[in-house]
Design a protein around this ligand. Structure first.
Ligand code: GTP
Length: 528
């Protein structure tokens, strides 16, 4: 299709603010999916996602829409994973779009992920369409939430669409806004092919499927393509679009979104963020923003008694075919036997892997406490990454240990401010910013519900390790579940860190040792 009539957009929202439900309505209204076929939340197709109500993997769908101006448009909706563990994938999905619907729940208001995703979208120069959603709820306060969007994020009242993904109110206006406010894709049809991979998936029959957005040029079946970062070449076995199931079209043109079947055997050869070009006429420069995924959280997985190490290795290998971020290396421990040291993007990613091993591969496994990777500077000047406390050199050989730090954004009703400040300082947090997002609603004076409190935003810097142990539960307990949180990585900083060994029968058990801040070592040791 003529790229002037193509619109590429995504939906960004805090968890549970109704992204998938709104997407279902868009699919229904454009006739992409029959209303009868819609199992609630069509885009969340993985079982685990549906049960947990979270979007883990991004997906895409092509909708045809005849707008009020009489013109037919191709609307490509790219679904973004909603969790902080997958923020790199979110950034690549955003890079494939020109616009985004920013969905905020009318009964909740702006949350930490709303802010994080908004800034990420603005970094990619996306046009944002603010949508105050779930206005059908009796607890909805659309005006208060609209004021938050105006005050904290700088929108105007006229821009905001009031909608309900549940009963369909405002959804036609959302489609019209996509057409009229989101610009068509720019790019040169005559230039050599450049296509951004925003997701990839292993298919046993077609090999790895690259989900991509064509930025320049075009691609057709049987052509030979080159993946610019990995250097891999592949033959295009199939090209197509998502309607919403894979539908071959033979070619994709500038600005379009679709997939290529590459025949490759491993998603590691076809990584998210890589640029696809033609082997016969390669582009000079790849698209910007590629970086290999690096695991940030590490834990050891051991088969429970009576279960085999080989079965666990096979299962991890199969999961890895579809999960380029998962790493594992054999490890052994006197107490736990043979297992694997695994790397994950974050705690949710770790939970998902564990749950899939248990459910899909029927394995019973023991998982050690999660930890981060440390950068160790040895006294001889050598630097190394240590992913397991057991690998830490002896104290005499260490000059400095550096640990990963994050910037954390928290939003909560103001009555919990004291609790949060105290909690964050216990977690070695350093205060950076505090801001009131709203002044609270009219009802604040005569209601006891925290929902009507003024809402306060806190920005802190703290070590990632402090987030790994019991942080979410403690935060929830101290804010009665009203706080929302998002974070991003800042880099490595030196700390006064020591290894804490745990002895069983006077013997240190490698798999159980961990690294702690010197000031906390005694307290931790006593608590065990
Ligand atoms: P994640 O995938 O976790 O990011 O969630 P999501 O943003 O996709 O939210 P989802 O569409 O799964 O909706 C979350 C919950 O809110 C579900 O129980 C929906 O039924 C409900 N919900 C979504 N939209 C509306 C709405 O417009 N009105 C009402 N009353 N409920 C809604």
């Amino acid at each position: 299709m003529d790229s002037r009539h193509v619109r590429n957009f995504c939906i960004i929202a805090h968890v549970d603010h109704g992204k998938s439900t709104l997407a279902d309505r868009l699919l229904e209204l454009t006739g992409t999916v029959d209303a009868r076929q819609i199992t609630a939340q069509f885009l969340d197709s993985m079982d685990l996602e549906r049960e947990r109500g979270i979007t883990i993997k991004g997906k895409a769908v092509l909708m045809r829409y005849r707008a009020r101006d009489g013109q037919e448009y191709q609307l490509n909706l790219i679904d973004t994973p909603g969790h902080v563990d997958f923020s790199y994938e979110v950034s690549r999905a955003l890079a494939a779009c020109e616009g985004a619907l920013l969905v905020v729940d009318a009964s909740q208001g702006i949350e930490a992920q709303t802010i994080a995703n908004t800034f990420l979208a603005l970094e990619h120069n996306l046009i944002l369409i603010p949508v105050v959603n779930k206005i059908d709820l009796s607890s909805a306060e659309p005006e208060r939430v609209a004021q938050e969007l105006i005050g904290a994020l700088g929108f105007t009242h006229e821009e905001i669409i009031f909608a309900s993904g549940k009963d369909g109110t405002g959804v036609p206006e959302v489609l019209e806004a996509v057409v009229s406010r989101v610009p068509p894709p720019r790019g040169s049809a005559d230039a050599p092919l450049r296509a951004l991979i925003f997701d990839s998936k292993y298919d046993p029959y077609k090999g790895v499927l690259a989900y991509l957005r064509v930025t320049d040029g075009g691609v057709a079946v049987n052509e030979k393509v080159l993946l610019m970062a990995s250097g891999t070449t592949a033959e295009v076995l199939e090209v197509g679009v998502f309607r919403p199931h894979l539908t071959p079209t033979g070619a994709l043109a500038t600005g379009e979104v679709g997939y290529l079947a590459t025949g490759l055997k491993n998603v590691r050869d076809c990584r998210v963020g890589d640029t696809i070009t033609l082997a016969s006429r390669p582009a000079q420069q790849p698209l910007p923003g590629y970086r290999p995924l690096k695991p940030m959280v590490f834990a050891s997985l051991y088969p429970s008694e009576g279960q085999s190490y080989e079965a666990l290795r096979d299962a991890l290998g199969k999961l890895q075919l579809n999960d380029a971020a998962l790493t594992f290396e054999p490890e052994s421990s006197a107490a736990l036997g043979f297992g694997f040291r695994c790397g994950f993007l974050g705690l949710l990613h770790m939970d998902i892997v564990q749950e899939r091993l248990e459910r899909e591969y029927d394995l019973d496994i023991t998982v050690t406490a999660p930890s981060v990777a440390y950068q160790v500077l040895r006294t001889d000047g050598q630097e190394e990454m240590v992913e397991s406390p057991a690998q830490l050199p002896s104290p005499a050989a260490i000059q400095e240990i550096r640990e990963p730090w994050i910037s954390v954004t928290l939003i909560a009703p103001s009555r919990y401010l004291g609790n949060m400040l105290e909690f964050l300082s216990q977690r070695r947090g350093q205060h950076r910013r505090m801001e009131y997002l709203s002044t609270g609603s009219q009802e604040a004076a005569d209601t006891r519900s925290p929902i009507h409190d003024p809402r306060v935003l806190l920005e802190y810097e703290m070590p990632l390790a402090e987030l790994l142990v019991d942080f979410y539960d403690q935060l929830k307990a101290r804010t009665q579940g009203y706080a929302s949180l998002d974070y991003h990585l800042l880099g490595y900083r030196p700390g006064s860190l020591v290894k804490l060994d745990i002895l069983i029968n006077n013997q240190p058990v490698d798999a159980l040792s961990f690294v702690v801040h010197r000031d906390k070592a005694y307290e931790y040791g006593r608590a065990l």
